[in-house]
Design a binder for this molecule. Sequence first.
Ligand SMILES: Nc1ncnc2c1ncn2[C@@H]1O[C@H](COP(=O)(O)OP(=O)(O)OP(=O)(O)O)[C@@H](O)[C@H]1O
Ligand SMILES: [Mg+2]
Length: 239
Amino acid sequence: MAKTTKKKKTSKKDSKFVVFGNQKGGVGKSTLVELFAICMSRDLEVLVTDLDRQGSLRSLNENSDTLNFDYIWFEDKNKLQSIENHLKEAEGKYDLIIMDTPGKLDDDKPLNEQEIMRYVAYADFLVIPIEPTLFSLSGSIDFIKETLQFTAKYNPDLKLLITLNKAKPRQLLSREMAEALSDMQKEDNRIHFMETQVRQYNAFADIDMKSNYYNINGNAAQMNISAWAKELLSKINSL
Ligand SMILES: Nc1ncnc2c1ncn2[C@@H]1O[C@H](COP(=O)(O)OP(=O)(O)OP(=O)(O)O)[C@@H](O)[C@H]1O
Ligand SMILES: [Mg+2]
């Protein structure tokens, strides 16, 4: 376990615990966690908790003097108990606790016995990135349905926020995809959708290796991610 602490925490905060998850790999969980943390840490106290075994954000966050949030990476398999303690400790110290989870889950187990559900059981929000194709959505639908089932009992107040990532400029969803999304929402009012799509930008690729895109003022990628982060924060504060 590696820990960086950059700020002294003072008054008690109403911490929001936001998990990024989707059992479909490569949809942008780690990328969006990093971008959201960068945007939010300008005004808020932010902790990123990284459960990704590959630790894709680790080298960037542990060696950074410019990033303004705390970061903790859990590497060992027996981390469940320590994460629960860690969350209790972090509660009240940060405005936002943002968690990155691994894409590949233990295939043999049903979802409700899988590791990610231990954290989802504590979360206020589960942000589910999907790519704007029916293929990506269909790969995520079982995850969404099973998460809803599991949390109906263990965390009925959890909100699911589905967000499109890697969109082309002004991408319109296919009719099939729009219908699939709207059917899902009819099934359960804990499902919400982000209006702002995160676009496919070179500046967002390989975020683990370079992070200077956010210094470029007025650049289209930066404007896109700022608008997305602002909408996400406003949903977190209002839903
Ligand atoms: N909006 C985007 N624009 C361009 N490239 C992106 C965007 N979002 C993600 N990527 C790229 O897509 C790939 C997968 O992203 P990322 O690693 O964040 O996904 P993940 O869901 O965390 O994957 P895993 O399931 O393996 O943890 C990376 O190469 C990343 O740089
Ligand atoms: Mg990842």
